[in-house]
Design a protein around this ligand. Structure first.
Ligand SMILES: [Zn+2]
Length: 305
């Protein structure tokens, strides 16, 4: 955590408080994404995280509690739209939020961040990078970032502006916020949605899943500053990257449901076999959801069992 704080202090100046309300953010998202209903977004129980994007957009997130009596349910963080021009990756997370709303018996504690790069999403046209032209998925504080990220960008991508890792690790408010969320929520697994490669990738300590619905395993490689590198390789957290096949076209409802169902089945089967992520092994403080578990769904689980 000391390292995290040091990075936070060293971060560049950015909006500290959101300049837009939940309603304004949802209106903008609803106007950009045909498949996201503005009213649904406003009423979906989303909260505003601390801080804001470079342009002052709020970081929206929501927790979904498990319908299980397990005292320490596994925690999964679901992230959409790190790349702002991968519109389907935001839309599908909103769709899965509606599913989580109804699936009272699912066993995980979810933290869902549907649009993690709001400035990129809402730019005209939408951009992969954030408002400062930084690829957030190259800006996470992987070890040796300072020696590798810029060098990789300059030598391997020939300064591709879509892959600019930024001036330093966590130089961007969006990647700082996500990193803080990971530190605070302490997930047991992370799912990050992208497009358009139409595959499934995995970083972390477990044997990777072979397929979720129509997405089959195909490793994309590990990059300095990527989320998979940071959370999967460095923190030992199973990190699933879903690459939808089209950035601008949603999967069919059946395709989306199948990916979701296979992913839940895999998480349920494999998370109990995973070592605790590094930050949990270093921090033995127990945590529980305690009284936050819904007693009614607990009752349902017990009745079913
Ligand atoms: Zn992407």
């Amino acid at each position: 955590m000391a390292g995290l704080l040091a990075f936070t202090v060293a971060g560049t100046a950015s909006a500290q408080v959101p300049l837009a309300s939940l309603e304004r953010a949802c209106k903008n998202i609803g106007q950009r994404l045909a498949s996201v209903d503005t009213e649904y977004c406003i009423n979906a129980g989303l909260k505003l995280g601390d801080g804001a994007s470079h342009r002052g957009m709020p970081f929206l997130y929501r927790d979904y509690l498990p319908g299980s009596s397990r005292r320490t349910p596994y925690r999964v963080m679901l992230i959409g739209g790190i790349h702002g021009d991968e519109l389907s990756s935001v839309s599908i997370v909103f769709q899965w939020m509606q599913k989580l709303e109804k699936e009272r018996l699912q066993p995980f504690h979810w933290r869902v961040v549907p649009a993690s790069n709001p400035d990129g999403l809402l730019s005209r046209p939408s951009s992969r990078t954030n408002a400062r032209g930084v690829d957030l998925n190259r800006n996470f504080p992987t070890p040796d970032w300072k020696n590798t990220a810029q060098k990789y960008w300059i030598e391997k991508t020939r300064r591709d502006p879509r892959r600019n890792p930024g001036p330093g690790p966590m130089s961007e408010p969006e990647s700082r916020w996500l990193t803080q969320q990971i530190a605070e929520f302490r997930p047991d697994a992370i799912v990050s949605v992208h497009a358009p490669f139409g595959i499934l990738d995995f970083d972390g300590p477990l044997h990777p899943p072979q397929r979720f619905g129509y997405l089959r395993l195909q490793p994309l490689g590990v990059y300095p500053g990527s989320l998979g590198n940071y959370s999967g390789v460095n923190k030992g957290l199973p990190t699933i990257t879903l690459e939808l096949p089209h950035a601008g076209i949603m999967p069919t409802f059946d395709q989306s449901q199948r990916v979701w169902a296979d992913m839940l089945t895999w998480l349920e089967k494999h998370l109990p076999n995973a070592d605790a992520p590094l930050f949990q092994r270093l921090d033995a403080t127990p945590w529980t959801l305690g009284d936050a578990i819904n007693p009614m769904t607990d009752h349902l689980i017990q009745a079913r069992n």
